[in-house]
Design a protein around this ligand. Structure first.
Ligand code: DQA
Length: 152
């Protein structure tokens, strides 16, 4: 079964109680469970992780690069300023999809910049937990197209 890493940055472990008017009431554990269930339907083994540490997040990106594992990434606030994360993702060896629960482009000006978008294969934002589920569908389609290409 193809593995997918779903990586989440700072404060996302607080989902459920964190600004519910912006991020909804689904808890992080419920989000993780929904990702695993969607992955199961798509034949993907989904490993969901969250950290408040930029160093740990970059370490996980390096693991994904070394193992050629696709990544769905919600970098949270690191989206807007982490050049270290940008540089790590520039080395990607498998699809990377940037996701956001909210639509940063419709929020405060500092959220309008993403230093991640340029090193992601695509971005899905503004649909709450559905952003993650849509990203899993995209990974399933991208990886099955790549697998079919490898067979021809
Ligand atoms: C977020 C948007 C970011 O601007 C913010 O810092 C987050 C969450 C989102 O999922 O909507 O922590 O990435």
């Amino acid at each position: 079964m193809r593995r997918v890493l779903v990586l989440n940055g700072p404060n996302l472990g607080r989902l459920g109680s964190r600004e519910p008017e912006v991020y909804g009431t689904t808890t992080f554990e419920e989000l993780a469970q929904q990702c695993r269930a969607t992955g199961h339907e798509l034949g993907l083994e989904v490993d969901v992780r969250q950290t408040n540490s930029e160093s740990e997040l970059i370490g996980w990106v390096h693991q994904a690069i070394d193992s050629r594992t696709p990544v769905i990434l919600n970098p949270a606030a690191f989206t807007h300023y982490s050049y270290a994360l940008h540089d790590a993702l520039a080395m990607r060896t498998a699809p990377v999809i940037e996701v956001h629960l909210s639509n940063p482009g419709a929020r405060e000006p500092f959220r309008h910049t993403s230093v991640v978008t340029a090193v992601a294969d695509g971005t899905i934002a503004g649909f709450g937990v559905l952003s993650y589920r849509l990203a899993l569908h995209a990974i399933a389609a991208l990886t099955s197209a790549a697998d079919a290409g490898a067979r021809t």
